[in-house]
Design a protein around this ligand. Structure first.
Ligand SMILES: CC(C)(COP(=O)(O)OP(=O)(O)OC[C@H]1O[C@@H](n2cnc3c(N)ncnc32)[C@H](O)[C@@H]1OP(=O)(O)O)[C@@H](O)C(=O)NCCC(=O)NCCS
Length: 159
């Protein structure tokens, strides 16, 4: 598995179905499928949202979706195929999306994730996100969310 061969780039509208399918399989298990191909397609076409993909030999292995507001960015989804985790793909996708927010001059980035998702909570903590609140019933009244936030400007590192 040579992750240097992995290309991280803006999604094309043709990626909508695969991104939505990966969302259903990696993120939305046990919930009603809300990130449908139509919704992901609208995100890909939106000027306020970036959908980024990671591809290996043309095959989708990860993706992220971030909304850019006036002062805040919001990470809607981040997922990596189970067979490709812990190789730095999630960090590359997150960094790519955060750099766009930094370039746009935004102050912070927020996200929500399932309270039970301890692995992802640890992942975001290691990327300087702080848990700021618990949101009861956030996921279709079935599960609580943890809201996390990161100040972007302080974390800027030049390459
Ligand atoms: C959370 C998620 C996106 C992280 O993606 P990932 O590709 O595994 O992320 P990375 O490989 O960059 O980092 C994961 C861990 O692997 C470690 N790692 C990164 N590169 C590594 C390497 N080359 N060798 C060994 N370990 C490595 C990182 O230090 C990190 O550890 P940490 O979590 O303790 O900080 C992924 O686990 C996932 O898709 N989970 C299911 C969906 C989900 O929960 N999404 C988040 C809510 S929307």
């Amino acid at each position: 598995m040579d992750i240097k061969q992995t290309e991280v780039s803006l999604a094309h509208i043709n990626d909508a179905y695969q991104v939505a399918t990966m969302s259903r399989e990696t993120i939305e298990q046990g919930l009603q499928w809300s990130w449908t191909p139509e919704r992901v397609g609208r995100c890909i076409l939106s000027p306020e949202i970036n959908v980024v993909t990671a591809k290996h030999d043309g095959e989708l292995i990860g993706f992220g979706i971030m909304f850019y507001g006036n002062t805040k960015a919001h990470l809607n989804l981040l997922g990596v195929d189970a067979g490709w985790r812990s190789h730095g793909i999630g960090s590359r996708l997150l960094g790519w999306l955060e750099n766009c927010a930094l370039t746009a001059g935004l102050e912070c980035c927020q996200l929500e994730l399932r309270e039970s998702n301890t692995k992802a909570r640890k992942f975001y903590t290691s990327h300087d996100y702080t848990e700021i609140e618990r949101v009861a019933g956030y996921y279709q009244q079935q599960e609580n969310a943890i809201r996390m936030s990161k100040r972007l400007r302080e974390s800027f590192k030049s390459e």
